[in-house]
Design a protein around this ligand. Sequence first.
Ligand SMILES: [Zn+2]
Length: 389
Amino acid sequence: MIATSQEPAVAWLGQQKAPMLALLERMVNTDSGSYDKAGVDAVGGILKAFFQAEGLEVETVPNDTYGEAIRATLPHVSANDQRPIVLMGHRDTVFGQGEAGRRPFRIEGDKAYGPGVADMKAGLVMNAFVAAAFRRFGGNPGPVVCLVTADEEIASPSSRPIIEEQARRARIVFNSEPGRASGNIVSGRKGGVFMVMEVTGKAAHSGANHQDGVSAIGELALKIGKLHALTDYARGITVNVGLVSGGQTVNTVAPWAEGQIDLRYVKAADRQWALDAIRGIVESCELKGTTGALTIRGEFLPIEESETGRRLFALYSGAAKDVGFSVGAEFTGGCADSGFTAAQGCPTICGVGPAGAKAHSPDEVMYVDTLVPRAQAMALSIMRLGTVE
Ligand SMILES: [Zn+2]
């Protein structure tokens, strides 16, 4: 049952489907690939204007390379607990410039399409409207912060310290990545480390003096087999060399080669073990005259399943039930910024955004009918926070 004091915000959100979709359309129709600073900032500009019009305090953290980070705050001067309730989301996408022009936002029946529509512009719209509902009707038990980041799809090189700093002083983080196609939220995520191994050998003419060369490609191939053998499904560890390149010409013994490595793991304690094993394989070479070097290019931390996570899920699923839908929780191998907040010890719930599917593909879809109920469930969960912590 929804308490009388909690009804106005929930009821108002119930009437916001059209304005939510209008805001989403503008955001989807603005390209914002992670490396497209101007585009990411343009989408940020749309959100900043919304926050300002709704009376939130907007601050930004500028960045020369990536889009700026945006923090929109709804203060709560009389709350005993001043730790912010953080509604988090990223506005970059995996799509390059021109994608929105080729396939702009469109709705067919109960499905919305367009680059980043589910991952995760719909989640940002939802966060913004939930904050607006609290601004208009109150009911939030403490300050609310919408944190809008700029580079999640490339492992958050600029946003990670901002996210971690925010998480250290937050009461709870709701990360509005898309709900699963089933509607399920995400209660656990794998950690991921993205690396490159570079192997150098010695060039030689492959016809005239083959014996003088040492093949970096040959050494790389040996390493790939050993790296893949680290995969242990029972332990939740996978190692994938997903990209390789190397060599100079077909008639040259290859002087260089490189491979990109994706490590995923479930338990935080396995991270160092796996990294040490990978480094050992990359740095020790079988072919005399080759050398190998490993560089970490990006990283996400895991969300381990925990008692806090189960309590948060109970809070959220109870709120969902009261606004009219049922929801489950699942574990995913996909990584997200929520791993950084969980690793700071901050209670974190992820995948609470509108439901979607086929992210990172041209078939990406957001289920329109989940937009409003997910906003209502989030708002109600926040209003009930004090009762379950
Ligand atoms: Zn995402």
